[in-house]
Design a protein around this ligand. Sequence first.
Ligand SMILES: Cc1cc2nc3c(=O)[nH]c(=O)nc-3n(C[C@H](O)[C@H](O)[C@H](O)COP(=O)(O)OP(=O)(O)OC[C@H]3O[C@@H](n4cnc5c(N)ncnc54)[C@H](O)[C@@H]3O)c2cc1C
Length: 540
Amino acid sequence: LPGATVTRCWWGWGRDAEHLDAAAVAGLGTEVGRRLGAGPRHAAAAAQLSDVEVPTSAIAGPTVPGSLEELFDLDPGARVVAGHGQAFREVARAFHGAVVRVPDAVLRPRDADDVERLLAWADQAGVAVVPRGGGTSVVEGTAPPPDEPRPVVTLDLGRLDQVTNVDATSLAARVQAGVFGPALEDQLRPHRLTLRFFPQSFEFSTLGGWIVTRAGGHFATGPTHIDDLVESVDAITPTGRWSSRRLPASGAGPSPDRLLLGSEGTLGVVTSAWVRVRRRPVHRSTATLHAPTMSAAADAVRRIVQAGLQPANARVLDPVEAVLNGAGDGSHAVLVLGFESADRPQRDHLDDAVAIARDAGATISTQPRHIEGDRTATATGGAASWRSSFLAGPYLRDALISLGMVVETFETAITWDRFDAFVGQVRDAAQRAAAQVCGAALVAVRITHAYPDGAAPYFTVIAPGREGVADRVAQWDAVKAAASDAILAAGGTITHHHAVGRTHLPWWRDQVPEPHRRILQAGKAAVDPNRILNPGVLGL
Ligand SMILES: Cc1cc2nc3c(=O)[nH]c(=O)nc-3n(C[C@H](O)[C@H](O)[C@H](O)COP(=O)(O)OP(=O)(O)OC[C@H]3O[C@@H](n4cnc5c(N)ncnc54)[C@H](O)[C@@H]3O)c2cc1C
């Protein structure tokens, strides 16, 4: 069971064995202290799962019907693990063994019929249900609602983990919702196909989670949101099944899939989906450039995308982010460009993009590299350091949390006409708030996704935390509120791909039109009249 195996870190990211060792954490403590103009930071030890105080389950004993009993997991450790996600507030608290609310049980359905039976039981018994895929939500989407008076259970989709159909003619596959990224790719590989959807959390997140959070993958342009890859969805609501028709496109009114995309477990439990797959790429071309400023690098990306080029990778790292990623010395921004295709060499596309970037003031730092037909070749230079730090990033976050730091990311999107001013205002707001409540801070920015009309800037904040974890959470809350206020005031979105969850609710309410919220509320009342599904998320 993915969330609870012994090799998984129970309080933070990934596997215990891949966490930084004590010497590396000590080195990081010295380095981060130096960069923030303070003394070295010292690591605390993580709480043991067995140290967490777990209240007695409100649904243990006779309230579990015999026919469903085998699907109920009442183990205290499993309940703790299932109840927490990957937001800084959750990870920092769990590191110290201080969890806010533990679900009363973890339900582990084997198939869609089990999901239906479990929802019928919960609806009738007055139990709130929080669906869970990998639990990598960074917006407290899998947290049991703290003020919910009813018992709360986690519905873990981890046993729905199969690719059940492959349509090689249409390039589509039907996939169960609880499959994790690597298992999904393993099952498509024999068909020489790939979903090629790689969020940073790929290893520990699921298709169902991606769909209901409208996740963003690693492609910087083109079909980068899971939205683009969904052909049809099967879901179960407390009042019945919801299955859309497999179609390449349809103009038949508001799309039923679109309503589930982004529904964050409030309207139905996604059990499977047909997704668009592709042949595995064998042609790849990459290059890394330097630009004097983030603004110049962003301008290069804008021109590349507006010229109709669709690089798979077009990451911009500002000078601070470049240092954090080992891709720069703080004197310049970095632009990593990559093209890929299953069918044809990408040399010309890369050459065109590099020429445009040079026109915009960038200079080559790693010469273009072209891989033809080699599935195993890996990146080099700036692209390689960016990629390895991308994967190591969550482990670094956990090390910083053990050093008592406030460390978190947030992301947004804005049109190009406002891009520079927007990034400046949001960065300043985060920097000012962090300086006020933490004394000092590093605020780094990168561009994760680019569109012809705008881009998605992604911010990382690292700041010294106070002694107690409650104070550290309050410090982050203050920085987050200041940054979120600045995002909304400057016309951005409260999230580009991290979803709304519980964290973003106040700003989401201000962002979306009021009639839209009323329609969602009416939809919720229609399919989940007793509000058992993830109550409170999206204000539903
Ligand atoms: C280190 C790190 C890196 C990340 N990188 C990215 C990234 O690159 N791109 C990105 O988009 N996000 C990223 N995220 C955020 C997170 O991984 C995504 O939101 C992801 O889509 C969540 O998938 P999950 O399976 O873990 O879902 P969970 O965290 O388990 O659940 C997320 C939400 O979906 C609901 N839910 C889950 N499964 C179902 C289902 N089958 N039916 C109905 N509701 C369901 C839950 O109730 C919850 O509200 C990252 C998170 C971390 C910690």
